[in-house]
Design a protein around this ligand. Sequence first.
Ligand SMILES: NC(=O)C1=CN([C@@H]2O[C@H](COP(=O)(O)OP(=O)(O)OC[C@H]3O[C@@H](n4cnc5c(N)ncnc54)[C@H](OP(=O)(O)O)[C@@H]3O)[C@@H](O)[C@H]2O)C=CC1
Ligand SMILES: Nc1nc(=O)c2c([nH]1)NC[C@@H]1CN(c3ccc(C(=O)N[C@@H](CCC(=O)O)C(=O)O)cc3)C=[N+]21
Length: 289
Amino acid sequence: MSATIIDGFAVAAGLREKIAADAAALKASHGVTPGLAVVLVGEDPASAVYVRNKLKATAECGLKSLEFKLPAETPEAEVLALVERLNADPAVHGILVQLPLPKQIDADKVLGLIHPDKDVDGFHPLNAGRLSVGLPGFVPCTPRGSQILIDGVTSDLSGKHAVVIGRSNIVGKPMAQLLLQKNATVTIAHSRTKDLPAVCRTADVLVAAVGRPLMVKGDWIKPGAIVIDVGINRIEVDGKGKIVGDVDFDSAVEVAGAITPVPRGVGPMTIACLMLNTLDSARRAVGAS
Ligand SMILES: NC(=O)C1=CN([C@@H]2O[C@H](COP(=O)(O)OP(=O)(O)OC[C@H]3O[C@@H](n4cnc5c(N)ncnc54)[C@H](OP(=O)(O)O)[C@@H]3O)[C@@H](O)[C@H]2O)C=CC1
Ligand SMILES: Nc1nc(=O)c2c([nH]1)NC[C@@H]1CN(c3ccc(C(=O)N[C@@H](CCC(=O)O)C(=O)O)cc3)C=[N+]21
């Protein structure tokens, strides 16, 4: 049996179309174009792909994007000053500071300074707290996009066992919160988890957000499970760069019920959800939501 391959690229394209229509309607009713400011400090090759795809998506959705590329040695105070300026700019509805940041910059300080109403990444502690207590707020884009893909293949997660591998604030923890809201029984695994393959084998839904290329093998997967591969890892194959996930797709596809590929799985959904969060932010700013 071979799994259903979840086409994140197609789902994301559909979402972007809807966002474009809604953004055009907001422009017609309130004269507002949602604006997203992206701050990139230094040159990180993975970030560069992300920034490029984001720019394409904002244009396609009719959103305005402002790009701030700062040199790697930029002092922390300068980044903080830029965030304050963007906080005060009414044309900016969303602020994204690309991670990772160079080591002289305290990421928590920067993320904590972004106004929670413009925090389209959902990384501000206030939005993380809102998610954990079930209040409305910005939900981080990757978990939000992953949840949409999961909802596309199952309508009822109630009582299902979901295992999330990874406990980062940007993927693992918020993903676990979303699955909990859907009444799944949630396990969060991490680098100290004992016998990870055995834990994974009990999962009806398995989300891998680890950053280890091809770590999850087919024999870690419960037959018929939904497998969401968040990992974006660059590896060399025959001297050529290639992007692979945290899941060994070739063996996993034989066991899973449904699985996301890498690329064209979760990645495009992250970007579409960023557009969605920016649109939501602009709507809220003008009282249109
Ligand atoms: N598709 C997309 O849109 C996005 C993809 N990504 C990708 O997702 C992956 C995860 O990103 P992120 O959450 O930021 O990564 P982090 O490095 O912040 O977190 C990785 C997590 O994996 C755990 N871990 C590491 N090694 C193991 C292991 N051998 N067994 C079990 N758990 C392990 C860590 O455990 P511990 O806490 O104990 O250290 C940690 O909780 C990366 O590949 C990243 O590139 C990220 C964002 C968006
Ligand atoms: N503040 C912040 N927010 C983030 O959400 C954030 C970040 N920093 N830093 C880096 C990671 C990584 N990330 C990706 C998103 C989309 C793709 C993506 O579009 N991937 C496509 C294309 C991959 C390709 O072909 O190169 C795909 O998987 O199909 C990749 C990576 C967001 N992140």
